[in-house]
Ligand binder design. Structure first.
Ligand code: CTP
Length: 401
């Protein structure tokens, strides 16, 4: 699939550089042409000879050739590439890229590059979490660069946490996915709900749930990546959106989520309700913090609006509505009841009985059931992969109606 693609790899000074020869091999095996530019510091971690042998191309480090004085053109290499993959990116190079500092061949090539840029940071966890690094990462994303986020795990320092460069196989998949990218949601406006809701008891306490929002955010990125304009109505979560085609509306309570969804849905082609919305809210939240008292206390709860059912009622013929069902017993029967009662086109069933599926995890396993009776099950996949499966299923159903 990468046959004939021109891939420029940029390597900076990080221990993860030792993994890049494998990345070069993976790209070459897929039929890509590969060139490597590296910083002087990167040569302490991996030799140019290894990289030039594997890429079958000269490796560039300096802006000019010290022997004959000839110029190594950063402009030419930046324009040659179909994609520029910077991996690993140290905190130092990340800061330079974010601020337009062009003091070596790699950073000048980055500034001159016309092609999409992917960057895979690798550093110690405290460096990665430092506000400066986070800000620089955000700046790079805001310029349209694609972050290949580091993993959590054991770091060279012996510490454990986020900062470990994504593995070469996974980087290759990201690049392959980029070239295979479908554009089948272009021109579509999509409403997605995600995350939990918080129902206030008093100014400092709430009733919430364990939803991480990861499934809804993965759907938002997937559909935006496939050309959709996405409005993401999200309860409180700790995730950032990456694609600039996602408009985020942050809400806290079920009532706020309902208001935003009912306002946005009429102008949408598609709705996907992945939020874990509270079914009940506190009848009269206290204005002041509730003080401890002797004996028991009780809180009167009243039902919230069922957003999905409300959208099902207002749905026009050309609109497509997808809901989620989280079940612990009689899973399929309960999901089909929700599909019918809420007037949905598709329901995505998670079972809490499946290991690795449901709240908080990075993985999920779902069964999808359409109103026309089509059924598809996924195995245990990452939530990103499940999002792609759901998007494929929506396309399939719509192509048949
Ligand atoms: N949902 C919603 N508004 C609510 C409750 C749920 O939009 N007030 C949506 C969820 O986003 C999800 C679907 O309804 O897409 C099903 O949520 P779930 O909690 O599984 O089902 P409920 O309909 O709440 O029924 P129950 O909790 O009894 O299983």
């Amino acid at each position: 699939m990468l046959k004939g693609k021109k891939i420029l790899i940029g390597i900076t000074g990080s221990i993860a550089a030792y993994k890049i020869p494998l990345l070069v091999r993976l790209f070459k095996k897929e039929g890509a042409e590969v060139k490597v530019v590296m910083t002087q510091c990167a040569t302490d971690f991996v030799t140019p000879l290894t990289l030039s042998t594997l890429s079958q191309q000269p490796v560039l480090i300096e802006p000019y050739n010290k022997v004959d004085g000839s110029w190594n053109s950063h402009v030419e290499w930046g324009r040659w590439a179909d994609v520029f993959v910077l991996a690993p990116v140290s905190a130092n190079t990340l800061a330079k890229m974010a601020n337009g500092v062009a003091d070596n061949l790699l950073t000048t090539t980055y500034l001159a590059a016309k092609c999409p840029v992917f960057f895979a940071p690798a550093m110690d966890l405290d460096m990665y979490h430092h506000p400066t690094t986070q800000k620089n990462t955000d700046i790079l994303i805001s310029y349209g660069n694609h972050l290949i986020a580091p993993n959590e795990g054991e770091l060279a320092s012996g510490l454990c946490g986020a900062g470990r460069m994504e593995e070469p196989e996974a980087i290759m998949e990201v690049i392959r996915g980029f070239f295979e990218k479908k554009n089948d949601f272009k021109g579509q406006k999509v409403l997605i709900s995600a995350g939990p809701t918080y129902e206030l008891i008093d100014p400092v306490r709430f009733i919430g749930n364990f939803s991480s929002g990861k499934m809804g955010y993965a759907l938002a990125e997937e559909l935006a990546g496939r050309g959709a304009e996405v409005v993401l109505v999200s309860g409180p979560v700790g995730i950032k959106t990456l694609n600039p085609s996602i408009r985020l509306i942050s809400v806290r309570t079920a009532a706020e989520m309902a208001k935003a969804c009912f306002e946005v849905f009429p102008s949408c082609d598609l709705g996907i309700m992945a939020a874990a919305v509270a079914d009940y809210t506190v009848q009269s939240p206290a204005v002041q913090k509730i003080k401890k008292q002797e004996g028991r206390m009780s809180i009167e709860l009243i039902p919230t609006t069922d957003i999905l059912a409300g959208l099902g009622k207002m749905k026009k013929k050309q609109q497509f509505l997808t809901g989620f069902a989280l079940e612990t017993e009689n899973e399929t029967d309960n999901a089909i009841k929700k599909l019918q009662n809420k007037n949905l086109d598709l329901i995505v069933l998670n079972s809490l009985n499946d290991q690795g599926a449901g709240f908080g995890t990075d993985t999920n396993k779902v069964q999808m059931i359409s109103s026309a009776g089509q059924v598809k099950e996924t195995g245990l996949l990452s939530k990103v992969q499940v999002a792609a499966e759901i998007a494929d299923m929506i396309c399939l159903i719509r192509s048949k109606t």
